[in-house]
Design a protein around this ligand. Structure first.
Ligand code: IPD
Ligand code: CA
Ligand code: CA
Length: 255
């Protein structure tokens, strides 16, 4: 199986595990004051790695729950459940996110929303798809006509303040700002063209690796808050349909 097919298979297998637990019995532990993890997160990560290793036994991993493993130039970056707080509360907005990074370039990515059976995928240079059909960003060209997404950091008062300031500044200049609660799916909402922009001040490589590629392949732009091209090691992200990028950026403070 080629790389994107394996990424898709691993996402779908993780989806079966998540749906087995969703609205059912699972154990919740706190990683920080607010940040949660469940046994479903850990099982999903282990399953995803097992599926990938069955085809690519020499490749490395960077997973949110079990960290880095291996020293290959091919690294699979895994968020086993993105949107764990939603998952744990029974809110149906969460996903599984998998990307392959080779020599620091994201070569393919898959993000699966198992409740709504939406599988977003991209291969570098080949466009982005939702359930096998090409997707592209919106053509919205006025901030006032846009719907934006954001997210709040779990435990960082300074970045929370910047997020709240940005929301305050943008809210009367657009049609709405949403906080859905799963960064990887937030990238996909912009890639699909149903939202026009997304910004968040503190994200990790597993939150963004697949989403960056999917959004860029759908015609979107992904930078940091200063407007510099973002990569998986960036921490703050401004994503847009490209057209609105500078209009949104005017309302954001850099780090
Ligand atoms: C979180 C979600 C959330 C974002 C947080 C992430 P997790 O990931 O993507 O939307 O605001 O910063 O940590 O913990 O559910 O995998
Ligand atoms: Ca995440
Ligand atoms: Ca996670």
């Amino acid at each position: 199986m080629n790389e994107i097919e394996i990424a898709k298979k691993a996402c779908v297998e993780a989806g079966k595990i998540a749906m087995k637990y969703f609205h059912g019995d699972f154990t919740i532990t706190k990683k920080g004051r607010i940040d949660l993890v469940t046994n479903a997160d850990v099982e999903c990560e282990q399953k995803i790695k097992k599926v990938i290793a069955s085809e690519y036994p020499t490749h490395s991993f960077l997973g949110e729950e079990e960290g880095a493993q291996g020293k290959s130039r091919n690294v699979w970056i895994i968020d086993p459940i993105d949107g764990t707080t939603n998952f744990a509360h029974g809110i149906d907005y969460f996903c599984h996110s998998i990307a392959l990074v080779r020599d620091n370039e994201i070569v393919c990515g898959a993000i699966f929303d198992p409740v709504n059976k939406k599988l977003f995928t991209a291969v570098k240079g080949k466009g982005a798809e939702l359930n096998g059909k090409k997707i592209s960003v919106s053509k919205t060209d006025k901030l006032l006509d846009s719907v934006l997404i954001t997210g709040f950091p779990y435990d960082n008062p300074e970045l929370e303040r910047k997020t709240i300031n940005a929301v305050a500044s943008l809210k009367s200049n657009c049609q709405g700002i949403r906080r859905f609660g799963a960064a990887a799916l937030d990238f996909c909402r912009v890639a699909q063209g149903v939202c026009d922009g997304y910004f968040e001040y503190y994200l990790k490589p597993w939150d963004v690796a697949a989403g960056i590629l999917i959004l860029r392949e759908a015609g979107g732009r992904v930078t940091n808050m200063l407007g510099e091209e973002a990569d998986i090691n960036s921490t703050n992200f401004l994503c847009s349909n490209t057209i609105l990028h500078s209009q949104i950026k005017e309302h954001l403070e850099g780090l």
